[in-house]
Write a protein that binds this ligand. Structure first.
Ligand code: ATP
Ligand code: MG
Length: 157
C-alpha cells in the first residue's frame, strides 16, 4: 500500500467541555482557509468536525469533566483528513454506515429522527467516515477529497 505523507499536519487537544467546541470550529476553519479552500467547503468541513467533537464530548464522555478530545488535521494535496479521538465509551462502527439513509422530511421538525442528525450530516458532507477503537482510544476519521472540486472555487470538476 502506498503511504503518502501529508503536506501539513497539526494535532490539538481540547478539554471535554462543550464551551470549547466553537473554538475547534474556528481552528478548523482557519486551517481550511490556509490550504486555501473555498468558503462553502470550509464551512461544511467545520460543521462535520464540530458535530464529531460534540458527539465525543456528549456521548463518549457523557458530559463529565476530565479527559480530552484530540483533533488531528492532515492536509494532503488531494484531500483533508481529520481524526477525532476520545478515550470514553465507544460506539459500534456500523453506525457510520447505518446513518447514510434516514427517513425524515426536511423542513418538518416533527419527523426528525430520535437517533439524531449529527452522523448523517457528517456522512453526507464527507467522502469517507469511519470509526475504530484501538487500545481504549476511539477515533472517528473524516476525509474530504478535493478531486471533484476546484479547491479554490468549490466548483465541481
Ligand atoms: N463519538 C461517539 N462516541 C460514542 N457514541 C457516539 C459517538 N457519536 C455518536 N454516537 C452515538 O450515535 C448516536 C447518533 O449520533 P448523532 O450525532 O447522529 O445524533 P445525536 O448526537 O444523538 O443528536 P444530534 O447530533 O442530532 O444532536 C448518538 O446518540 C450516540 O449514541
Ligand atoms: Mg450528535
Amino acid at each position: 500500500m502506498e503511504v503518502t505523507l501529508p503536506e501539513k499536519s497539526i494535532t490539538f487537544i481540547t478539554e471535554r467541555r462543550l464551551e470549547n467546541v466553537s473554538l475547534v470550529g474556528v481552528a478548523v476553519k482557519a486551517i481550511c482557509k490556509s490550504i486555501p479552500l473555498v468558503e462553502a467547503l470550509s464551512r461544511n468541513i467545520e460543521l462535520s468536525v464540530v458535530e464529531g467533537v460534540t458527539n465525543a464530548i456528549k456521548h463518549a464522555y457523557g458530559l463529565q469533566q476530565g479527559n480530552n478530545v484530540e483533533i488531528t488535521t492532515l492536509v494532503f494535496d488531494d484531500r483533508i483528513t481529520i481524526k477525532i479521538s476520545d478515550t470514553g465509551k465507544g460506539m459500534d462502527p456500523q453506525r457510520c454506515e447505518d446513518c447514510r439513509e434516514i427517513d425524515f422530511e426536511p423542513g418538518n421538525s416533527k419527523t426528525l429522527p430520535v437517533c439524531g442528525m449529527g452522523l448523517h450530516i457528517m456522512r453526507s458532507i464527507m467522502d469517507e467516515m469511519y470509526y475504530e477503537t484501538t487500545s481504549g482510544k476511539n477515533t472517528m476519521t473524516l476525509v474530504k477529497r478535493f478531486k471533484n472540486y476546484d479547491k479554490h472555487t468549490g466548483d465541481e470538476a
